[in-house]
Design a protein around this ligand. Structure first.
Ligand code: GAP
Length: 441
């Protein structure tokens, strides 16, 4: 058991180290000693993250008739947060251990005999729980007075509710339909940590799906399946996913039913994505606070009502983390990231067998230039072929293409598959089609 735990913790260390060494994710503001729990996506990380976001957008927005996307402002009128209930309710209860003075969210601690137990020193005496609002505050304009206080959004969702009427007026959408958004959210988390799992600045991919109230259970089930499908598309082992119904006391203030999709992270099983039935809570309150009619008019009956909402929500950074965790493999002589080809930062890498043979370099360069408009392609002419394969395996490049002396004669290249390590000779003129088929892009 202890060994399994060590192995798992080790995996996290290996991912953090590989992420930094190969340019996926760096500690934020590192040259100034860093900033606690902030991370920067490097050249490979941003490709991986963008591929995840693009796949999501294509699947849930572009390929569907019942969905439109928006990109709302991050700082919204502060009344939004009054109406949404976040000013009043979006808080965690914070307690401090009287022995070691470490602070905890009450829901992160276990209880023994009616007492919280400090995970750091086993202490059982704590200060009174204090409620701590998680929204980041700033000031709009020059003067830092209460009238100018604004908040960084803690969820992207409110953009969809506030723009609901504008979307309806400009698109011929009928209930059921959804509004989707990808963007940053900010929370002044009490216990950030575990690399990019819980940070104070993160990205979400969210859908507010507007329905008739009577259909809420049907669409809740429907979106549950969609979330599972998505998890499979990421290449995640579904056996490591556990659906957990969130109890009434732990549910967000707006939700009548919530399911969290927990993943077996190396540091413990914890929330990956969520699904909530938000009822008509948000539209109703925004109508009340803004004075604008946010009702939907049924096209057949002319009845006006606030549609109910099913909200599936995905964390982008947690998606990146599970993809890395699931893809990481140590084999006899190599470390390989078996990332789904659609998500891999580079789809192919091109090498001339020898860097000092101009005829090989010239042809390899032409193949590289021809592939680049179609696929994100890497170039490598350093060291020997073995080292180049090793280097590409470690960042998950599905195919390596080598131009050798035979290529000059038979116009074929050697294509090596990341996962099987098998090599095939492919005619240069067929290469693009061959890769498209294999990559499924
Ligand atoms: N609009 C609903 C909502 O925001 P949530 O469960 O609080 O629900 C949705 O957040 C998703 O955002 C989570 O399932 C998780 O993937 C991600 N997430 C939440 N807080 C996060 C944090 N501090 N750091 C990274 N990701 C976070």
């Amino acid at each position: 058991m202890a060994q399994t735990k060590d192995k798992k913790e080790n995996l996290m260390e290996k991912i953090v180290s590989l992420a930094k060494r190969r340019g996926f994710i760096f500690p934020g503001s590192e040259i100034y000693g860093g900033l606690a729990n902030s991370w920067d996506y490097g050249p490979l990380g941003v490709e991986l993250k963008n591929n995840i976001k693009q796949l999501w957008w294509k699947k849930f927005v572009q390929e569907r008739d019942d969905m439109v996307g928006i990109d709302a402002a991050l700082i919204m009128n502060p009344k939004v947060w009054e109406a949404s209930g976040h000013l009043k309710n979006f808080s965690d209860a914070l307690i401090e251990c009287k022995n070691c003075h470490h602070r905890f969210r009450t829901d992160s601690l276990t209880m023994d005999g009616g007492y919280y137990v400090c995970t750091d020193c086993n202490g059982r005496e704590f200060t009174e729980a204090k409620s701590f609002n998680l929204m980041f505050k700033t000031f709009l304009g020059l003067s830092e007075d209460a009238a100018n206080v604004v908040y960084f959004r803690p969820e992207t969702a409110q953009g969809m509710f506030v723009d609901f009427k504008n979307v309806l007026n400009t698109n011929r959408k009928q209930v059921p339909f959804g509004i989707a958004q990808i963007g940053k959210a900010f929370r002044n988390e009490i216990t950030p940590g575990n690399f990019i799992f819980r940070t104070r600045e993160f990205e979400q991919m969210e859908i507010e799906y507007f329905i008739y109230e009577k259909d809420w259970e049907k669409y809740f089930e429907y979106w549950k399946k969609q979330i599972i499908d998505w998890i499979k598309e990421l290449g995640v082992d579904i056996k490591k996913i556990h659906e957990r119904e969130v109890s009434e006391s732990d549910r967000a203030h707006y939700s009548k039913k919530t399911i969290d999709f927990d993943y077996e992270f190396p540091f413990g099983t914890n929330e990956l994505y969520g699904l909530a039935y938000r009822t008509d809570f948000d539209l109703k309150n925004h109508e009340k606070f803004s004075g604008h009619n946010l009702k939907y008019k049924d096209h057949e009956t002319n009845e006006e009502f606030w549609p109910h909402v099913i909200e599936p929500t995905w964390g982008v950074d947690r998606s990146v983390l599970v993809v890395l965790l699931e893809a990481y493999c140590e084999e006899e002589n190599r470390v390989v990231l078996k990332i789904s080809p659609r998500l891999a930062p580079y789809k192919a890498a091109v090498f001339p067998l020898l860097a000092n043979k101009p005829e090989l370099v010239k042809l390899a360069r032409k193949i590289y230039d021809d592939l680049r408009p179609q696929f994100m392609t890497a170039w490598d002419d350093r060291g020997n072929i073995g080292k180049r394969y090793y280097s590409q395996d470690e960042i998950g490049t599905p195919f390596c293409v080598t131009v050798d002396f035979d290529t000059l004669l038979d116009k074929k290249v050697t294509v090596r598959d990341r996962d099987t390590m098998k090599q095939e000779r492919i005619a240069i003129e067929r290469l693009e089609n061959y890769l498209s088929d294999k990559l499924n892009v």
